[in-house]
Design a protein around this ligand. Structure first.
Ligand code: ADP
Ligand code: MG
Ligand code: MG
Length: 209
């Protein structure tokens, strides 16, 4: 289960993390991309924080859609439209909701991944956001299926996300700017997979409160 207050808390904590890890994400992108991932994410979530007060009393779908639209309109490059689409799709799946059941949360995550895949045409194993996001969501599904609480599921999800981040070091990038490096991308950690792992870290922190 997730309340609206928890959804808002998640967005705020994630925004803080994007500011806090701006340099780290940018350094990772410097190695295999154009060195702007931390700048992009922190700029986007700073804009989200400015928009949030206007929608925080609206339903969860309105909140998520606002986050998505703000990211799409304020962040250039690959990640802005991808994260933006993820939040917009998650929003569309939660229409009119004031709180989310575990099934609603899982559906929202599935829609988010679907949006990223529709837009970016990537699959797991291409050294992208998806390499931490898909395992994290699979972990949530497995935990809930076993009858665990969402709080326990999110502990597992964060672990799976960071394992996914580690896995990106071992594979070749075949999507996005890092793909220009080919084999030389091996050994480097994917910035987008890393920023996604921080999203699951934020969600986990909210769930443990
Ligand atoms: P840009 O590469 O345009 O400068 P960013 O640096 O903000 O954009 O984001 C780079 C990240 O975007 C990569 O580390 C990767 O995780 C992610 N990414 C790139 N292309 C795709 C894609 N097609 N699908 C999913 N994620 C992608
Ligand atoms: Mg970049
Ligand atoms: Mg760029």
């Amino acid at each position: 289960m997730a309340t609206k207050a928890e959804v808002l808390d998640f967005i705020r904590i994630y925004a803080d993390k994007m500011a806090e890890h701006r340099q780290e994400l940018t350094d990772l992108d410097q190695a295999i991309g154009d060195g702007d991932h931390g700048i992009n994410m922190s700029r986007g979530f700073k804009a989200v924080m400015e928009k949030l007060p206007a929608v925080e009393n609206k339903s969860i779908d309105e909140i998520l859609k606002t986050v998505g639209m703000t990211l799409v309109s304020t962040v250039g490059g690959a990640a802005g439209p991808l994260y933006g689409t993820a939040f917009m799709k998650a929003g569309m799946s939660t229409k009119g909701k004031e709180e989310l059941s575990n099934e609603d949360v899982i559906l929202a995550f599935d829609e988010a991944v679907g949006g990223i895949q529709f837009r970016g045409k990537a699959v797991r194993g291409e050294k992208t956001i998806l390499d931490s996001m898909i395992p994290a969501i699979d972990a949530i599904k497995a935990s809930i299926k076993e009858g665990k609480t969402m709080a326990v599921a999110l502990v597992e999800a964060e672990k799976a996300a960071w394992n996914g981040v580690e896995y990106t070091k071992t594979i070749i990038a075949t999507k996005g700017r890092a793909s220009y490096l080919g084999e030389r991308s091996i050994g480097h950690q994917d910035p987008g997979a890393t920023s996604t792992a921080y999203a699951f870290q934020a969600a986990n922190e909210v769930a443990q409160k």
